[in-house]
Ligand binder design. Structure first.
Ligand code: G3P
Length: 217
């Protein structure tokens, strides 16, 4: 199981890279807008220089030709760039063509096992089920991850599952248990995973006892 950071904010990526816990980054148009970096190519290039792993960048075009044209441009930014393609009919055609061109793709906005299977069959290198958004509508996001993992394992499908739209630390654990290859998480979730009140209490006690011992006559 690998962790990617789901952000376009350089300062957060720097923090995550420093702790050695991430091996990639995913972005999307909303995350790039939130980061406020209008020069997308420059932002992605900077991210690629920080992270020695895949960096996903999403196309905006909605036709196969537009997606492929954008993908060719984005692929020139850095060898680490993976092209995010939305799971629509035109996206499947773009994934197929990009596979033939040797450009890696990440099929995004996946909300069903069927969508994930089709994207994998089209040739997507990564499949991104949005588990948080499924949970938001009282569906079971992790079930999609588990079914895709079982199908891919049964049939030797090599696409990797990136559990996305992670809402809390248990989504990360649940994705790992369900068989996701990767979870892409916001920094906030990383922070929540690090912290535990009993760790703080235990550390405080250790330090207090140490000080008590050092001050004994
Ligand atoms: O990678 C997809 C992710 O950024 C979507 O998350 O919280 O907008 O559902 P969210």
């Amino acid at each position: 199981m690998k962790l990617y950071l789901d952000t376009a904010e350089i300062n957060l990526i720097e923090k995550a890279v420093a702790s050695g816990i991430i091996s990639g980054v995913t972005t999307n148009p909303s995350l790039l807008a939130k980061a406020g970096q209008k020069d997308v190519a420059q932002t992605i290039k900077a991210i690629c220089q920080l992270v020695d792993g895949p960096v996903s960048l999403e196309v905006i075009g909605l036709s196969k030709d537009e997606m492929v044209q954008e993908a060719k441009e984005y692929a020139q930014i850095d060898p680490r760039v993976v092209i995010k393609i939305p799971m629509i009919h035109e996206g499947l055609k773009a994934i197929k063509e990009l596979k033939e061109l040797g450009i890696k793709t990440n099929a995004t906005l996946i909300f069903s096992t069927g969508q994930g299977l089709l994207a994998a069959l089209a040739g997507a290198d990564y499949i991104s089920p949005f588990i948080g958004r499924l949970d938001d509508i009282s569906a079971e996001g992790l079930d999609v991850v588990a079914e895709l993992a079982q199908i891919f394992d049964l049939h030797g499908i090599e696409s990797e599952i990136i559990a996305a739209s992670i809402r809390h630390p248990r989504h990360v654990i649940g994705s790992a248990l369900a068989g996701a290859h990767i979870a892409t998480v916001p920094w906030k979730i990383v922070d929540q995973m690090v912290k535990h009140p009993l760790t703080d209490i235990g550390l405080e006690k250790f330090l207090a006892d140490w000080e008590k011992m050092k001050n004994q006559n």
